[in-house]
Design a protein around this ligand. Structure first.
Ligand code: BES
Ligand code: MN
Ligand code: ZN
Length: 500
């Protein structure tokens, strides 16, 4: 979808449709007032009849509005200004774009970024509208033909044409477009079936991005190379699968050569059967989503490359399939990680941490400013936090605060849990330096405690995205989260220049 921002003369423009907002209790937004004025009170008259009240979810298509050259005006409900936030605003834009597509409209003007609200600047509304339009435009590749959205091009009307503000609005669209692309990349990778999206497939995609972006260099380590590096923990997970493991390293050089990079590590388990500690059958298909951490860091790399951020970023994806087989790890097996620490594998279904620990050790070689790993790591996180925030644990409060702030600013939120030493005892083993599970209590925290033993030298944070990476039920599908949070975090590391 093509999206741009400009100041449009609503009176003379010839568009298939102009979209304007109606607030709760029939109140008009600024652009709705403008159209009402141009049409000699036509909009107020319609509202008086009571066909639309202005609640979120309401919409009303008007044809041949007097005083305008455009064929249609779509009124969309925007609810109460006091209740406006990232989520409600994006719902408003999504409703508008769905209605436009249902009316088979191909090109439209959307004028919704004029809501007066302390939380969201008008330029942020431009960014969020752009993000929401791309999100609503996404169709899984296998189903694209039958259901493609008709809406192909949108001009976002922005009334404030002062050059500094318009410059920000243009940046906002640029960020929204880059986020749309990165997030939909992550969703597509997530949604692909486990027999297609294997570690080899992920590696191939990473190599393709390398071809499209000049500042990106991708390296793939194969099993032999991982053996040489001593990644015994990672390799122990791959042993039970017929599909070989891959270790993907994407290096983006947007900063100076000497700038230390930010490192993103993503869990890339392309299917998690549990291994010998096999999972119950119900909803096991959803374990194709166990590579959504990988998808989100790869998607973020796409966004970073689109925006050409002036920093260095490294993306690391350890990728394996976790299967039961004669060669698979068994409960009680002891493996040696790249760090030299030994691990007793008490449960082969706690495999994410086994691949992440070697990737985290590997990340030390980049002397990173910060390392953030992203993983669908624990079912316990879904129980604790549900489907709204990612779980956040960190060994540095300053880094945790930066990530929390990026979550709030982007609307892609995280919630911190304690990484206290008190929990470390749960990982005690009689036969190795540690066990890979910590018992029933505080499962998300003990998983992070396990990782913390491999990040002592790092400024590190962990995002458990088990609850937010995909939606179940009728809307089953990958969300592409936390691409917005990660991008926001990285943009904020570039100074103020990316704030909108
Ligand atoms: N990939 C799962 C975590 C998961 C489960 C994410 C359900 C989303 C929904 C992970 O590898 C796993 O199996 N974790 C175990 C850990 C346990 C064995 C300590 C879990 O959460 O049950
Ligand atoms: Mn598992
Ligand atoms: Zn898993």
């Amino acid at each position: 979808m093509e999206i741009s921002v400009k100041t449009i003369n609503l009176e003379t423009v010839k568009s298939a449709c102009i979209v304007i907002g109606v607030l709760d209790k029939h109140k008009l937004t600024d652009s709705a007032k403008r159209i009402d004025h141009l049409s000699n009170g036509f909009i107020t008259q319609i509202l008086r009849r009571g066909d639309i009240s202005g609640e979120i979810g309401d919409s009303l298509m008007l044809h041949d509005v007097p005083g305008l050259k455009s064929a249609r005006v779509l009124l969309v409900g925007c609810g109460k200004l006091s209740e406006l936030n990232h989520k409600t605003f994006q719902t408003i834009v999504t409703n508008a774009s769905t209605t436009l597509s249902q009316a088979k409209i191909k090109s439209a003007i959307i004028s919704l970024a004029d809501l007066d609200n302390n939380l969201l600047s008008n330029t942020m509304q431009i960014r969020l509208a752009t993000e929401a339009l791309h999100q609503n435009d996404y169709r899984f590749s296998g189903l694209k033909k039958e259901m493609a959205a008709s809406l192909k091009s949108v001009s976002l009307h922005f009334a404030d044409n002062r050059s500094a503000v318009m410059k920000k609005a243009k940046l906002a669209v640029q960020i929204g477009n880059a986020l749309g692309k990165g997030r939909n990349t992550a969703r597509e990778l997530g949604n692909l079936a486990g027999n297609i999206c294997t570690p080899t497939y992920l590696a191939k995609q990473a190599t393709l991005y390398d071809k499209s972006y000049s500042k990106l260099k991708t390296t793939i380590l194969n099993q032999k190379e991982m053996e040489k590096l001593g990644m015994g923990s990672l390799l122990s997970v791959a042993k039970g699968s017929r599909t070989p493991p891959k270790f993907i390293v994407m290096q983006y050089s947007g900063g100076k050569k000497a700038d230390r990079p930010y490192v993103l590590v993503g869990k890339g388990v392309t299917f998690d059967s549990g291994g010998i500690s096999i999972k119950p059958g119900a909803a096991m298909d959803e374990m194709k989503y166990d590579m959504c951490g990988a998808a989100s860091v790869m998607g973020t790399m796409v966004t970073v490359n689109e925006l050409k951020l002036p920093i260095n970023v490294v993306c690391i994806v350890p990728s394996v399939e976790n299967m039961p087989d004669g060669a698979a790890s068994k409960p009680g097996d002891v493996v040696t990680s790249m760090s030299g620490q030994t691990i007793e594998v008490l449960n082969t279904d706690a495999e994410g941490r086994l691949i992440l620990c070697d990737a985290l050790t590997y990340s030390e070689k980049f002397k990173p400013k910060a390392v953030i790993d992203v993983a669908t790591l624990t079912g316990a996180c879904v129980i604790a936090l549900g489907a709204h925030p990612a779980g956040l644990l960190s060994n540095q409060q300053k880094l945790a605060d930066q990530i929390l702030a990026a979550g709030t600013a982007s609307g892609d939120r995280a919630w911190q849990m304690p990484l206290w030493d008190d929990y470390q005892d749960q990982l005690k083993s009689n036969f190795a330096d540690m066990a890979n599970i910590g018992g029933r209590e505080a499962g998300t925290i003990t998983a992070a405690c396990f990782l913390s033993r491999f990040t002592k030298k790092l400024n590190w944070a962990h995002l458990d995205i088990a609850g937010i990476a995909w939606l179940g039920g009728a809307q089953k599908g990958a969300t592409g989260r936390p691409v917005p949070l990660l991008t926001q975090y990285l943009m904020e590391r570039c100074g103020k220049q990316y704030s909108v």
